[in-house]
Every structure is written in C-alpha cells, then in structure tokens.
Design a protein around this ligand. Sequence first.
Ligand SMILES: Nc1nc2c(c(=O)[nH]1)N[C@H]1C(S)=C(S)[C@@H](COP(=O)(O)O)O[C@H]1N2
Ligand SMILES: [Mo]
Length: 382
Amino acid sequence: MPALRLPENPPRLWPRVSDGVRSLAITARVGRLLGIAFGICFVTGLLSHYQYAPWNWLPIPSAPAWGYRLTQGLHVITGIASIPLLLVKLWSVFPKLVAWPPARSAVHALERISIAVLVSSALLEVVTGFMNVLNWYPWPWSFIDVHHWLAWVIAGSVILHIAVKLPLIRQGLSEPVAGPDEGEPPSGISRRGVLIAAGTGVGIVAVTTVGQTFTPLESVGLLAARRPHEGPQNVPINRTAAQAGVTTTARAASYRLEVTGPKPFELDLAGLEALPGVARELPIACVEGWSAGASWNGPRLIDLVQRAGGNGDSTVRLTSLEKAGPYRVSTISGPQMRAALMATHLNGERLEIDHGYPLRLIAPNHAGVFNTKWVTKIEVVG
Ligand SMILES: Nc1nc2c(c(=O)[nH]1)N[C@H]1C(S)=C(S)[C@@H](COP(=O)(O)O)O[C@H]1N2
Ligand SMILES: [Mo]
C-alpha cells in the first residue's frame, strides 16, 4: 500500500500570512485603535453604571434627553468594534503568546501573567457584552457586576501594558506599515491588507449593529437584536405583558394607581385618564444596546408627587403590577424626576399593554430599564 503522503503545499482556504506580515507596525496601529475603542467603551460604560448607582450629591441631569441614548449607543458600538480589533491584535502577536519557554526570567513571567489576565478578561468582557446585546444570558452570575468589575481589571491591565510596551509602541507607530523589505507575497496578504481587513471587519460589525440605535441605518442592522421601529406602536418591546404575567391585572376593572406620601390618594382608570397630560419626545434607550425615539403623553410625575404632599426634592419609588422580576420597582429623583412623565399614550395612541398599559414611567436621559411599565404604586419616600 503506498504511504500516505501529504502534499508539500496544501491548498489554502485563507490567504497565506508570511511571518513578515506580522509586524510591530501593525500591532502598534491596531493596538492604538483598540485602546481608543476600549477607552470610549470604559467611560460610556461607567456613565451607564452611574445610572444604577448615582451619588446623591451629584444628580443625573435630565438634559439632553438623548444623553443616555448617545453614550449607551457608543458603548455598544465601540465594544462590538473591539471584537475584530482584539482578534487581529492577538493574531499579530500570536507567536509571542505561545512562545516557549513560557518565562525567561521572573520579570518576564510577571509580564506574561499580566498579559494572560488582560487577554482573558478582555475576551470574556467583549464576548459576554455581545451576548448581552443579543439578550442571551446563559450564566448564573450577575452580568452587571461581572461586566463592571472586569472593566476595572481591564483598565488597570491596559495601563500597565501600555506603560511596559511604550518603547515598542513608539517604535511600531514610527515604522511604515509596508516595511521596506516586504516584497508582496504572490498568494499572500500584505501588511496593509491586514489593516484593511481589520478596518473592514470593524466597519461591518459597526454598521450592522448601529442600526438598532441610529435609525437611518436600521435596514442594514443584520446583527442588531432589535430594530428601532419593530414592535407595537413602532417601538420595540423588552418584556411583554404575557412574560411579565400582567395581561389580566393590567386590564382589570379593579386597577388602581396608589400614590403614597404625606397626603396619599388613589385613582381608578377613569380618574387617571382625566388627569391633564403633557406631550414629550423621548427615547427609550435600553442597556442591551437598542434605542428608539417616540412621542409620549401623560400626566407629569411631579404633579402627582406634589398632590401627595411631596416636592421637587422628593425621591420616588414606582412599583409595577408585575409580581416578580428585576425591573418591577424603580427609584427616581432630582432633575429626572422633575422632568418625568407618567405616560398613558405612545405615538398618539393609548399605550399598548406590552408598553405598560395603563401607566408607565418615561423620563429623559434615563436608562430604559428604569422606565417601569404597568405602574400601580407611586411612593414619595423621601
Ligand atoms: N415592569 C417592568 N418595566 C420595565 C421592564 C420590565 O421588564 N418590567 N423592562 C424595562 C426595560 S429593560 C426596558 S429597555 C424598557 C422597554 O420598554 P418597552 O418595552 O416599552 O420598549 O422597559 C423597562 N420597564
Ligand atoms: Mo432594557
């Protein structure tokens, strides 16, 4: 039987990458882009986190109303763009990542451990972040806590990494992308080609996801989990009334809005609908990366708070008809509370049940998750 002989030049599916293509010039340039993306993603992520844990001496402003929509949009786009950048960067230093022996000295061992921490935490962060955009949480731990603390680990490791590599970064950025010795490999990919491929990858993921927040690009939102205009009344739904288990209670004749405070009162549906309303254009901007502008109408929250004996400095807690679930209760205060609406109408129609009928909160520059739907209780707590 003839011996099985492997062809000397196996056919390749991918363009051949010669070792000359991996270069400091590419690593440094991709690294710089990745650093910028991570930086924007970190700052906008902290701004989002601040909505969850504000300091009472520094209230969250209510203007611009689209502030959270912008910062959360940037967060998701830079986070997604860092996935191809990170992969290209890892590819560009791959021989070093798997170099043998693993450590030449104690200092070298420390450096490699710090890179292992950086690479693994960055991969975990961007991949779980992307799964969050897809609304997919196949893990038992708190996404928000892990995502937040990993970000600090990454920020620290990135600063350390830049400090250690600064001389190399300088050198790489000063070298031309196409090295003088680089003959164009006949069937290969050039250094410039690698950068163009990386840029195209970033462009594709950015354009196909930005559509879920930036309406002119909605039709190309292939990777977008939600389309800004898909859903009842042209607004997407995070959790339906059926999922929240409120289809009966939200429509029941026994529905009451209870407002507690120094002068508590109660309204039935007719009483609620008789309240004077105001109209506002406000976006819903979800932490999961989609947003949609809409026109809302309903009584001002501050009017209800004042009628119950509170004032503009009160902290207000809203409770949903939903029996369980992480978004059943929310708290609002400061400029956002003073500017908030208790919406009864969306885009000119009575709220659909999935949007929170009979009554929901909608506040400017407020993370979508806190705009409680199916509100049945408003408490002036402080
Ligand atoms: N009671 C209740 N309110 C809720 C939610 C929920 O699950 N339950 N989801 C929140 C989230 S995460 C978002 S993004 C918005 C979405 O509002 P929409 O479904 O009307 O677009 O509602 C918020 N209000
Ligand atoms: Mo959300």
